[in-house]
Design a protein around this ligand. Structure first.
Ligand code: SOE
Length: 380
């Protein structure tokens, strides 16, 4: 760790699963990455005092607030980190930017691109550092694939395919809305698997393979009515439970994306593959350090798929951790994101995805939802 580091006081909004992932990252980063900054878990805000106090105690936040506005007004807070349902991102982010705070928000940027655009305008007008937490691009093996594609290892790209499969909403008794199940409520989430899971796949895909120029999608809502956790009433379900998408990328390659919460047996099965003229790369979140690699330039009988364990000191991020061969996990993808954010502050080079970058992901998600309804191809 560097001797002289600037303090960066974090104001966390929310105390759920994502607030844990982010708090873990803020706490861990300066033990491993020399970014010039020392994040401090200064304050956390959420409505229910007992819950937020428990969270603050567990993670070592110095104080709690029961209104996020207090964090934004507080002169000792440098960065606001938004870990609340999607419908609250815009209001908090815009207020934070206006108050001159750095703003980070959990993905997706907003429920729709229309809602996200004023967020982009606000951070850009205020000139405040901003980032959206799309963590999977910072899994070392995924970053490795990006670097290798950029280095031309597979040549011209023909195909990109990704899937993100889960099975936690098959039971029709799972409610919509409320603290734990807001992802099923279209008013809170904006969309279903598209904004929650395909958004991750799109972020990685567009980072590795460039922009998407057109798409068509098929979406389905398998359970049409669910009880709302807040009202207690049966209400129509407005989210997409599953989506299958065909895309054309601007570089001429074709893409396929599939996501569902109805793939029995799958909990977080994010897989991706990219095929080019000289070779292919494939990756699976369930074996997150492994990259499968096929190199067509290898001559003779040894040509075949090989498996690279992305844990060497010269692999992305890995030189900062233990010794070659030892692993890191899901949580560290967030730590890498924080490390890049802090390094970006030091170098005055924003870490991606910024709000503007993530707005593009929202645009593609909007097109998926629209195409799922109309059945038409949509140009982006
Ligand atoms: C949903 O179950 C979820 O937690 C997403 O919201 C996350 O973004 C994803 O990484 C894992 O699944």
């Amino acid at each position: 760790m560097a001797a002289k580091q600037k303090t960066l006081n974090i104001g966390m909004v929310g105390y759920g699963f994502m607030a844990r992932a982010h708090s873990h990252a803020w706490s861990e980063v300066s033990h491993f990455f020399d970014t010039g900054y020392q994040p401090v878990l200064k304050a956390v805000a959420a409505r229910t005092k007992a819950n937020v106090q428990g969270f603050a105690d567990a993670w070592g936040y110095e104080r709690i607030e029961t209104d996020w506005r207090k964090l934004i007004e507080a002169p000792d807070i440098d960065a606001i980190d938004i870990c609340v349902p999607n419908d609250l991102h815009a209001e908090i982010a815009i207020a934070a930017a206006r108050a001159g705070k750095m703003v980070l928000t959990e993905k997706p940027l907003a429920r729709t691109a229309k809602e996200g655009k004023p967020m982009v305008d606000a951070v850009e007008k205020a000139g405040v550092p901003n980032m959206v937490w799309y963590n999977y691009r910072r899994i070392p093996a995924v970053t490795f694939i990006k670097n290798m594609v950029d280095a031309g290892k597979i040549g011209k790209v023909f195909h990109y395919r990704a899937a993100f499969l889960q099975d936690w909403t098959i039971n029709p008794d799972v409610p919509q809305g409320g603290t734990a199940t807001w992802r099923l409520d279209v008013d809170a989430a904006g969309s279903g698997v598209t904004g929650d899971l395909i958004a991750h796949c799109l972020d990685t895909a567009m980072w590795i393979n460039g922009g998407i120029s057109s798409l068509t999608a098929m979406t389905e809502t398998f359970v049409k009515e669910r009880k709302h956790a807040v009202t207690g009433k049966m209400q129509p379900v407005g989210i997409d439970d599953a989506a299958a998408v065909l895309t054309r990328f601007a570089n001429g390659s074709l893409g396929t994306f599939e996501s569902t919460r109805y793939a029995r047996g799958h909990k977080a099965a994010y897989t991706l593959e990219i095929n080019g003229e000289h070779g292919s790369f494939a990756w699976d979140l369930h074996d997150l350090h492994r990259v499968s690699w096929f190199d067509h330039r290898v001559e003779g009988p040894l040509r075949g798929w090989s498996s690279i364990h992305v844990t060497d000191g010269d692999h992305p991020y890995m030189g900062k951790w233990w010794v070659p061969g030892l692993s890191v996990g899901y949580g560290e993808s967030f730590t890498h994101q924080v490390a890049d954010f802090l390094t970006g502050l030091k170098k005055k080079k924003p870490a991606a995805p910024t709000f503007r970058d993530a707005l593009e992901t929202n645009r593609v998600c909007d097109a998926i939802i629209a195409s799922g309804k109309s059945g038409k191809w949509i140009k982006l």
